[in-house]
Design a protein around this ligand. Structure first.
Ligand SMILES: *[C@@H]1O[C@H](CO)[C@@H](O)[C@H](O)[C@H]1NC(C)=O
Ligand SMILES: *[C@@H]1O[C@H](CO)[C@@H](O)[C@H](O)[C@H]1NC(C)=O
Ligand SMILES: *[C@@H]1O[C@H](CO)[C@@H](O)[C@H](O)[C@H]1NC(C)=O
Ligand SMILES: *[C@@H]1O[C@H](CO)[C@@H](O)[C@H](O)[C@H]1NC(C)=O
Ligand SMILES: *[C@@H]1O[C@H](CO)[C@@H](O)[C@H](O)[C@H]1NC(C)=O
Ligand SMILES: *[C@@H]1O[C@H](CO)[C@@H](O)[C@H](O)[C@H]1NC(C)=O
Length: 421
């Protein structure tokens, strides 16, 4: 294949990945198109430099305004990143908040913890949990707007972005769990969405965190990714997974930034390519988003991640297995792992008594039903009482976090599950 064609496919794969992980669907001819056009235009326009973080934190701008208590925390990972975490202590149960069970909410890739707070308090999981008497903690992954500090590195440096989700498994998640565990003295319930499910499953498979987790809810679980319904994008991701590092380098992957905008620009100028059609074919159709919430989402997201993390995801699509980052050749892998191939995360090794609640949707282009079945197959020896699955035919990726009816469809069952464990 000639280079020109390769580059074209490469750009395609990037775009596919962005829109699938962000999970907001481009649906031509519907009420949401204008919002999406704003997103799309803002991506295509030459972007301004990344704005500095707003002076007020997430507590002040998204929680306290609704009349809830909220505290900001910072925790340092073993490799030096400083992560911002919010705590909504929740409705006091009897003698105070001290006995409320902690729940940690972990968002997906290319967004941050704010996605749990965008609907009304009656519809958003974080507030619903707080109202139900849980002590809610909201994680923000390294590289996102409020978690861009490091003890010695600056986010403008390449070395700051030298990580993939392996490091979230090794460092971010343990630091976050430790903080919550130390502050509350209790084991925690966990809720992950998208990448937040993957890093929990990978951790549990290595026997990590299982001593601190009470139960885990996995919404839109992504572990196996090789049956994504977006076949053409998958092909592209499979074929050109290595190129992104070559073109962008070990760097920030800023979906609003110039490099990504250039790629999208070039793609959309390709004759015969209709970007709107392209995007709708790459994403699942979220049934139940509120247009105002989508507006708010687009004002605050997407967020940066690392190019290396995007490559790692593309490898998962290509290889059909859940393994550590592949350095691309034997010498690279030998150097990092002492083996020719990256070690796998064997999900069958997840201790069979860890209570798991898994909810997935029939319209989800990313957590495809066939891939979720693969995951469930790995868990087939899980204790029956410790595994609950909830399938929602109409749901796609973002509905699990922002669906207006998610309380009825998912959260009530999730809370009942937490209360049982
Ligand atoms: C990070 O580096 C940039 C450019 O070198 C500089 O302008 C900025 O002040 C640095 N930030 C910190 C926190 O050191
Ligand atoms: C990234 O980390 C690896 C070690 O895991 C190191 O070999 C490499 O030089 C680092 N690259 C950058 C750009 O910091
Ligand atoms: C939690 O407590 C342990 C043991 O006291 C300590 O080693 C660790 O640094 C603490 N971690 C956090 C994030 O507070
Ligand atoms: C959508 O959001 C707006 C603004 O928050 C709110 O007024 C409206 O009731 C919401 N609609 C639904 C169906 O929840
Ligand atoms: C192996 O991959 C590394 C990058 O990870 C590259 O620098 C090196 O040249 C490659 N070696 C071979 C033999 O292809
Ligand atoms: C994964 O673990 C299971 C159970 O421990 C074992 O039977 C299986 O062989 C392992 N798979 C791989 C690929 O190592």
């Amino acid at each position: 294949m000639d280079l020109h064609l390769q580059r074209g496919f490469f750009r395609w794969s990037i775009m596919m990945i962005i829109f699938m992980f962000v999970g907001v669907v481009i649906k031509p001819n519907d009420a949401l198109s204008s919002n999406h056009r704003i997103l799309f235009d803002s991506v295509l326009a030459t972007p301004p430099p990344l704005p500095p973080p707003p002076p007020v934190g997430m507590c002040e701008s998204f929680v306290i305004i609704h009349g809830y208590q909220c505290q900001e925390f910072h925790v340092k990972t073993e490799d030096g990143y400083v992560l911002n975490i919010q705590r909504i202590p929740g409705r006091s149960s009897g003698g105070g908040q001290v006995n409320n069970q902690p729940v940690l909410l972990q968002h997906g890739v290319l967004v941050d913890g704010m996605t749990w707070l965008l609907n009304s308090p009656q519809q958003s999981l974080a507030f619903i949990l707080a109202d139900t008497g849980f002590d809610v903690w909201i994680a923000n992954t390294r590289g996102t707007r409020f978690s861009r500090q490091h003890v010695s590195l600056n986010a403008t440096q390449s070395a700051f972005w030298n990580w993939s989700w392996d490091e979230l498994v090794d460092y971010d998640l343990p630091a976050t769990f430790d903080l919550v565990f130390n502050q509350t003295g209790q084991k925690l319930h966990y809720v992950g969405h998208s990448m937040g499910t993957l890093i929990a499953l990978a951790s549990f498979s290595e026997g990590k965190l299982v001593d601190k987790v009470r139960s885990a809810a996995l919404l839109s679980p992504v572990a196996y990714l090789s049956h994504m319904t977006t076949a053409i994008g998958v092909l592209a991701a499979k074929a050109f997974v290595g190129e992104i590092i070559t073109l962008i380098g070990v760097a920030e992957f800023n979906p609003k930034g110039k490099e990504v905008a250039d790629l999208l620009n070039a793609l959309c100028k390709t004759p015969g390519i209709n970007c709107y059609d392209l995007m709708s074919s790459f994403t699942g159709k979220n049934c139940c988003l509120n247009a105002s919430t989508v507006d708010l989402f687009l004002k605050n997201e997407p967020q940066s991640t690392s190019t290396k993390n995007m490559v790692h995801f593309a490898q998962t699509v290509r290889d059909g297995i859940v393994s550590k980052f592949n350095y691309g050749n034997e010498s690279g892998n030998l150097e990092h792992y002492g083996e020719n191939k990256p070690p796998i995360y064997n999900l069958s090794n997840i201790p069979s008594n860890v209570p798991l609640f898994i909810s997935y949707g029939g319209k989800d282009a990313l957590a495809d039903v066939v891939d979720v079945q693969l995951l469930l197959d790995k868990l087939k020896f899980h204790e029956r009482d410790a595994l609950t699955t909830v399938f929602i035919q109409d749901y796609a990726h973002a509905d699990f976090v922002m669906g207006v009816n998610a309380k009825e469809m998912v959260y009530n069952a999730l809370i009942a599950f937490f209360k049982r464990h």
